[in-house]
Design a protein around this ligand. Structure first.
Ligand SMILES: Nc1ncnc2c1ncn2[C@@H]1O[C@H](COP(=O)(O)OP(=O)(O)OP(=O)(O)O)[C@@H](O)[C@H]1O
Ligand SMILES: [Mg+2]
Length: 120
């Protein structure tokens, strides 16, 4: 998978105001044993603030998994994710929920709309 938007000024650990989201050594595995799938294999990426960033790669390469992990919608198997200054991989569910509510907008690949409800 190709993912790279790096700001050389903001290397190192922790958050930075120039980086909207950051992943370090993020590994995400689904399942276990013979059916284990490693969707993200120690991914490092910085998503710069205020930039339009595209994540490209073939189907099944882990784009959606990376987005879900960067947005705190899914947990990582190991590694760390920051949203701004906050390490979300260290947050308890309640704080993570609050951060998602206040800081993250997300359009899902499979819309996840409830057909019985309207926008109101
Ligand atoms: N909930 C899940 N349970 C098991 N395996 C999963 C799950 N979600 C994703 N995978 C697997 O993880 C890998 C990465 O999937 P992902 O959906 O992140 O890829 P993608 O790059 O978004 O693909 P596409 O371009 O088709 O949307 C694939 O091998 C996929 O089968
Ligand atoms: Mg996808």
């Amino acid at each position: 998978m190709t993912t790279a938007v790096a700001n050389p000024r903001t290397g190192g650990s922790g958050g930075s105001t120039a980086v909207a989201a950051r992943a370090r050594q993020v590994l995400k595995a689904y399942g276990s044993g013979e059916t284990r799938v490693v969707a993200l294999d120690e991914v490092d990426v910085d998503i710069a603030r205020g930039a339009f960033t595209a994540i490209m790669g073939p189907s099944g390469s882990g784009k959606s998994t990376l987005m879900h992990c960067l947005a705190g919608l899914d947990s990582v198997t190991s590694g760390q994710v920051w949203i701004g200054e906050t390490e979300i991989t260290a947050l308890k569910e309640k704080k993570l929920t609050r951060l998602r509510r206040d800081k993250i907008g997300f359009i899902f690949q499979a819309f996840n709309l409830l057909p019985t409800l309207n926008a109101l």
